[in-house]
Design a binder for this molecule. Structure first.
Ligand code: FE2
Ligand code: FE2
Length: 198
């Protein structure tokens, strides 16, 4: 678990506001739909990652497990939604994900590093926000559910950093992580508030 990465470096540089939490809690049904879509996309992203790197056995194993876990999260959110008579809506683009991914550089080495590190940051942001829902939601079953999701997302961001350490040196990882964390903070700070994960 991040044996050599400076733990202080991996810290999100924008703290989600209470206004975001209030926006979510005011329209929780819309949030659930967006959350379900985010889990489905996370599972798909893990599969696309392993398809891109058939020659990396560690990455393949990790991405199989991750895709299954994210799909299990998707199943859990769908269960919650259906219990309340809610239907899964159409799949909308996530402006946050698109903005971050636009910073993934070309060139096989840089591309791989950026994919791993952006994935780690996206997971860390999800973890931060799910933990906020666990903290502020008034229903105990929702608190428990979101705490479990947050715990599992914490492991995911570490997983991507661990994978990066298999293929890149610590200074290379730290330098790019430093840049991407600032980029992410800049992106998320400017996004309009809506009843969605981002
Ligand atoms: Fe998830
Ligand atoms: Fe995740």
């Amino acid at each position: 678990m991040m044996p050599n990465i400076n733990p202080n470096l991996f810290k999100l540089r924008y703290v989600t506001s209470k206004a975001w939490v209030d926006t979510i809690l005011a329209d929780f049904n819309s949030f659930l739909n967006d959350h379900a879509q985010a889990e489905k996309k996370a599972s798909g992203m893990a599969i696309s990652m392993l398809s891109h790197y058939p020659d990396r056995p560690d990455l393949i194993r990790a991405m199989i497990d991750l895709s299954i876990e994210e799909l299990a999260h998707f199943r859990e959110v769908i269960k919650l939604m259906q219990a309340q008579g809610l239907q899964l809506g159409s799949d909308k683009k996530d402006p946050y994900i698109n903005a971050i991914r636009s910073h993934i550089r070309k060139g096989s080495e840089k591309y791989m590093l950026d994919r791993l590190l952006t994935a780690a940051i996206i997971e860390a942001r999800g973890c931060e926000r799910f933990a906020l829902i666990a903290r502020y939601h008034s229903a105990p079953e929702m608190k428990n559910f979101y705490q479990q999701i947050a715990d599992s997302e914490t492991k995911h961001h570490l997983l991507f950093i661990d994978l990066a350490t298999l293929y890149f040196t610590i200074p290379v990882i730290e330098q790019r992580l430093d840049q991407l964390l600032s980029i992410e903070a800049n992106i998320i700070e400017k996004l309009p508030l809506r009843a969605a994960l981002h």
